[in-house]
Design a protein around this ligand. Structure first.
Ligand code: GDP
Length: 459
């Protein structure tokens, strides 16, 4: 996400690199580029203007200390202004009340139903809440079904009345059902339309009047840019939304929505959706988002993700096997599966510093290659994975056929494995140093972030 915006901002800042000090002129010059970059990223014009004015005032108002160059100073000012615009300090929203009533609103396809389930799951897992989901989207044919399926998956009760069209009645009965079940959080998935229309707004308004929810959460698709802001404004005017969730930040959104949403509605950005899976949901962090926009990376986010999604026990086991030189193809498969839990290569690269440039390189990485390696190893028998030496020409042909690849690709996987094995042998030979390395890579320590993650040659 945001790579284009980060690249443009990087370029704008580069102009200041040769300058000895900041003047009205060179600041104005670089800010013109900043403004253009923001507009290109689909930031709303008014937001871009007021943002640039804020940056200018700060840049000229502060004296540049001797230890930093004007370019660095500008980046800091830009970063701080972004953080401020995005909402300042990160904080997990606390949804007070018993029960807390939350209405999810937004256009169809924005990710409302998915986010309702993600939110329920998040608050259940992280805050020990007892949520219930109420299916009030009676117009999109599959929405009720979808919520029921998701509820089942995360172990959260869903109040749904398939066939019933009276939204108000469903909501009231849902609220009662939540009380009866001693749930302390009720999330209402409301209807969306492809575009805003009066009927939809009226219905939501009635629902709001009836429920008097503590929170009205607007769900916005990060991919829709400026359009999302226009929609948010309308929802805000009618319903006065209290917070927002930005979905699909894993896609190649241009980044405008994140910046403009908050300015347009003053509602807090609460969470971001970072993928289709239920766990792809994070507390919104202005600092981190600003870092990503500026191409400064999000290493903290990456480490957190590793801690959350990776099976630490498994990582530790793989690390140990690697250092004992016992790593076989079975382990390589397990390792690939762990890596894939972190997200796509593009997604991971996007979180590293200098993402803008790295992404161009990563674009050359064939995401499917990783899937192919998985397919090839999956097509081997257990015995073959344990002792790859037995894989002769005949077996190779069978594996190629079974995995839908070809002989060359099977050979390549085996070669990669061999290279890895050789590398590990060298590690083992390093004797005393090995233990040190083992420690470094976290094969022992728990919660060691990305630690213990064996390198993957060939990717
Ligand atoms: P609704 O009509 O607003 O209820 O939208 P849905 O919840 O059905 O979501 C629409 C589509 O977007 C589905 O295919 C979701 O899987 C997908 N989606 C939702 N949130 C995210 C996200 O954060 N990232 C990605 N990549 N897809 C998402």
């Amino acid at each position: 996400m945001f790579e284009q915006l980060s690249r443009r901002l990087e370029e704008a800042m580069k102009k200041l690199r040769g300058e000895a000090r900041l003047t009205d002129e060179n600041v104005a010059d670089s800010l013109r580029d900043v403004r253009r970059a923001l507009l290109e990223a689909d930031v709303e014009l008014d937001v871009a203007k007021s943002f640039v004015a804020k940056v200018k005032e700060r840049a000229l108002g502060q004296s540049v200390t001797l230890s930093v160059t004007p370019g660095e100073h500008m980046i800091k000012v830009l970063h701080d202004s972004l953080v401020e615009t995005l909402g300042g300090e990160a904080a997990e929203p606390n949804f007070p009340g018993n029960p807390t009533l939350v209405m999810m609103v937004g256009l169809q396809g924005s990710g409302k139903t998915t986010s309702a389930a993600k939110l329920a799951n998040h608050l259940k897992e992280k805050r020990a809440r007892r949520p219930m989901l109420v299916a009030c989207d009676v117009y999109r044919p599959a929405a009720v079904d979808q919520l029921q399926v998701l509820g089942k998956k995360i172990g959260v009760p869903v109040h749904a009345e398939p066939g019933e069209k009276d939204v108000l009645a469903i909501a009231k009965r849902g609220r009662q059902a939540a009380r009866d079940a001693a749930c302390d959080l009720v999330i209402f998935d409301t209807a969306g339309r492809l575009q805003i229309d009066e009927l939809l707004m009226d219905e939501l308004l009635k629902l709001k009047k009836e429920l008097q929810p503590q929170e009205i959460v607007f769900v916005a698709d990060a991919m829709t840019g400026q359009e999302a802001v226009r929609v948010a404004k309308t929802f805000h005017e009618k319903l006065s939304i209290s917070g927002a969730i930005l979905t699909k930040t894993d896609g190649d959104a241009r980044g405008g929505a994140a910046l403009s949403l908050r300015e347009a509605t003053k509602a807090r950005l609460l969470y971001v959706g970072t993928g289709e899976g239920i766990a792809a949901f994070e507390v919104f962090d202005p600092q981190r988002m600003a870092g990503r926009i500026l191409g400064m990376g999000d290493v903290v986010g990456l480490v957190e993700r590793a801690q959350e999604r990776l099976d630490q026990g498994e990582v530790e086991r793989l690390g140990k096997r690697m250092f004992k030189n016992q790593f076989d193809l079975e382990d390589m498969l397990a390792q690939i599966r762990q890596v894939r839990k972190l997200g796509s290569v593009m997604d991971i690269v996007g979180m590293l510093p200098g993402a803008g440039k790295l992404k161009e390189k990563a674009g050359e990485i064939d995401e499917k290659a990783i899937v192919r390696v998985e397919a090839v190893i999956s097509s081997m028998t257990k015995q073959e994975r344990k002792s790859p030496k037995i894989i002769d020409g005949k077996r190779r042909a069978r594996i190629a056929k079974g995995s839908g690849t070809d002989l060359q690709q099977v050979n390549q996987v085996l070669k990669q494995y061999d290279q890895m094995k050789q590398m590990m042998q060298q590690f083992s030979k390093m004797g005393g140093k090995m233990k040190q390395m083992q420690k470094l890579m976290g094969a022992r320590g728990k919660g060691g972030g990305m630690g213990g993650f064996p390198g993957m040659p060939g990717f």
